[in-house]
Design a protein around this ligand. Sequence first.
Ligand code: CO
Length: 447
Amino acid sequence: MTHVSCARQMLSFIDKSPTCYQAVANLAAELRECGFVELSEAQEWRLVPGGAYFVTRNQSSLAAFRLPESGTSSEGESAAALGVAGFQIAAAHSDSPSLKIKSNPELPFGGDYVRLNVERYGGLLLKPWFDRPLSVAGRVLVRTSFGVESRLVDLRRNVAMIPSLAVHMDRSANEGHKVSVQDEMVPLVGMGDAAGSLAKQVAEAAGAEPADVLGSDLFLYNSQQGCVWGLEEEFVSSRQLDDLQCAWSLVQALKDARPAAGRAAVCAVFDNEEVGSGTKQGADSGFLSDVLARIAGGRDELPRLLANSFLVSADNAHGVHPNYAGKADPTNRVVLNGGVVVKESANQRYTTDAVSRSVFALICEAAGVPVQTFANHADIPGGSTLGNIASSHVAVNAVDIGLPQLAMHSPYETAGVKDTWYLVEAMGAFYRTAVTMLADGSFRVSA
Ligand code: CO
């Protein structure tokens, strides 16, 4: 596979994954196709050495793992029997900033127009949402004979637009204008006679009667497809590059992973990173530690295994913007197509420390993948991510990484065409590696 075909595969995954629900469903489908067995949190797990498994929570988070081949039990009940002495864990997130459609969404304008009442999900960049065709996707809960059932919906058509106010009516429009989400970001979806149409179309997409739709989690999304562009095809642009570019790459690496002896290869994709991770399916939940404890054969076994484990938290990073170079750190700025980014922050908003960056650098060096370092400009606080949140539940050596991008949290973000491939390669090498803590506190990093 070339880096361009890798980038195109990543873009086609995002094109069919307009919300976290479709993203997790599509990742699960890819894993199933590769022989991964789906587990349920509500049931007992019967794991075997060499087995590959995944489990989802809330349809919006996913944890997948591949066990090492060697083990002593055909139906292992403990980590020892499964041959697991540690974990190689990679994590990313499934959600992206967006506009969520509220309940009772129709906002009529006399009898002339129908508009939608929405609210922000996460820290989205507001202005790029104006003047572009939008569609609607998410999940709806449908009444059944036994209770309720969740169904994914994606209208896949241009159904909404948030038109700007003409510059003639706001001469200060180009001098900075504070946007009111409640008053100004009210998408137009039809003329007055379209009242009731959204509910009907969503119900139809779910194969249900409107009266049987009891609840929904619906979002607007940019319906423009992702593309490769540039004079020499250097760039990719798409919605949701943060963080589906990383989530997809980790899963590709796991699909082909051949774990090192004694190591389970684990990939977690969490929902709700963009709103602080504090949900039952977010990185600030027990989801990952629950999964690891079940592989380990119990909570008591976990600390010993975690001492020989390593976590890579993968969430996109800010590339230096050539038009705003003063926003970047003078010596730790990263460029698109420059390879995987290691993120550092003294106050540990990123988990990277000297140990974890060194271990990760060795792994990337062996894989032939270039590594760049990102640090925030000291006067600009920057963002945070799921690494430090996840590692507060699973205490392991951890490194925060990402792929360099521009326009983070815009509905159309830009990244480098080569970097997806670099991450897939780096994570393939990561999953073949075992990181072992030795008695003197040094680390063996071996394939
Ligand atoms: Co992110």
